[in-house]
Design a protein. Structure first.
Length: 398
């Protein structure tokens, strides 16, 4: 591998779009790792050093050819990750260590399973994973960075990274799986009678308010509708005050070129889908649907459930999508058909004592997380027990 050159780059703009996207074959959350998505986060001012995110992408080159890449960010806080490592930061402080800045691998602000090193077809994934992790260790030692964290990792990539020394931490997220439902009514039949009535009542309340929900897809999404989506997103965040977690700038939504092929906007309206009173923004790849943001100008009972859960599920069933990941959070989602699932983050630490403490703690923590997931799912209101999960489609790494 002597002919390979490692380069650390500070912006997606320094990388050729076609070569980056050529590495995405088999990536289970490709829309969130496309050059256009990551570049827009940076270029819009959403993911920038002043907001605590410094792009620090590791790339491997063979001459002019991009062979492998890892989207990475130096972070001065733990916001926008949805893997809550503040206890790690507290431990570092007790040991007299500086936890921030830390190095994070993820698609920023999106808790979507699928992170992996992006490796060109035909290359040795095992070898390049180990080589890139060595580069990351050297970078952390040289820069005084204590912690490197890869979040929501692709299950197919996890064994390669663990074999090269990463430690796994299990957390929990919710997801809906399509068990081959013919339509939404067939999906409702999987619930017990009481919950079927509840869901029908919730959907009826939205219809009684005179609202319909329409999916607006791809080229039908106008710049004006994206501007409305920013309005709803900003308004929803503002309702929560300092806890609103408004990360995306208006510029991220403006002129959605490069984003719209993957977007689905669920518009709640009284006649014209281009004149919504509420809206949810989702992302899809033809197999999976991901829920991201929503907002509403009206207070209507159960409107959130209809726009963010029921209408997307019905749309996914109609198109034969396998899974729907509604985003972070869980308790109110579970009673509406979203099962708890494990999500894995992988970690490297440059201080031996810090690493030893956490590696001793992780086995018990991971067992407890899996037990909690099983207990949560055992309480769900399904008829005849919890339905089997539809595994995400997995590709073999090169």
């Amino acid at each position: 591998m002597a002919e390979l050159e490692a380069r650390w780059l500070r912006a997606m703009a320094e990388l050729p779009e076609a070569q980056w996207d050529g590495l995405l074959a088999g990536c289970g959350a490709a829309p969130f790792f496309r050059w256009s998505w990551l570049h827009r986060l940076e270029a819009s001012g959403s993911i920038v050093p002043s907001q605590g995110w410094q792009a620090c992408h590791l790339t491997l080159w063979r001459g002019r050819d991009l062979v492998a890449a890892a989207p990475l960010y130096l972070k001065g806080h733990s916001y926008g990750e949805f893997v809550f490592d503040q206890s790690f930061a507290q431990l570092a402080g007790q040991l007299g260590l500086r936890y921030y800045p830390k190095l994070v691998g993820m698609s920023p602000l999106s808790p979507v399973e699928g992170y992996r090193f992006l490796i060109a077809p035909g290359e040795d994934g095992t070898l390049l994973t180990a080589l890139m992790l060595d580069q990351i260790r050297e970078f952390c030692q040289r820069s005084g960075v204590l912690s490197c964290n890869f979040l929501y990792v692709d299950p197919a990539w996890r064994p390669l990274a663990e074999a090269a020394g990463c430690a796994a931490w299990i957390n929990q997220q919710t997801c809906w799986s399509n068990a081959g439902f013919a339509d939404f009514e067939a999906y409702l039949a999987s619930f017990n009678a009481n919950q079927r009535r509840n869901i029908r009542r919730e959907r009826a309340a939205v219809a009684a308010a005179g609202l319909s929900v329409t999916a607006v897809v791809a080229e039908a999404i106008s710049p004006e509708l994206l501007a409305r989506m920013h309005h709803f997103y900003a308004q929803h965040c503002a309702r929560w005050g300092p806890w609103g977690s408004k990360y995306l700038s208006e510029a991220f939504f403006r002129d959605g070129q490069g984003l719209t092929p993957d977007l689905v906007l669920f518009s709640a309206h009284r006649g014209d889908p281009d004149d919504p009173v509420a809206m949810a923004m989702c992302v899809q790849d033809g197999h999976h649907l991901w829920g991201r943001y929503w907002g509403s100008d009206l207070e209507v009972d159960n409107l959130h459930f209809e726009v963010c859960y029921y209408a997307p599920i019905a749309w996914a069933i109609e198109r034969g999508l396998r899974r729907f990941d509604p985003g972070a959070g869980g308790s109110h989602k579970r009673r509406r058909g979203f099962l708890a699932e494990p999500r894995v983050s992988l970690h490297l630490w440059s201080d031996r004592r810090f690493a030893q403490i956490l590696r001793r703690w992780l086995p018990d923590a991971n067992r407890a997380a899996l037990e909690e997931i099983a207990a949560v799912n055992a309480e769900l209101p399904f008829r005849g027990g919890v339905p089997p999960l539809m595994p995400p489609s997995q590709e073999t790494l090169p």
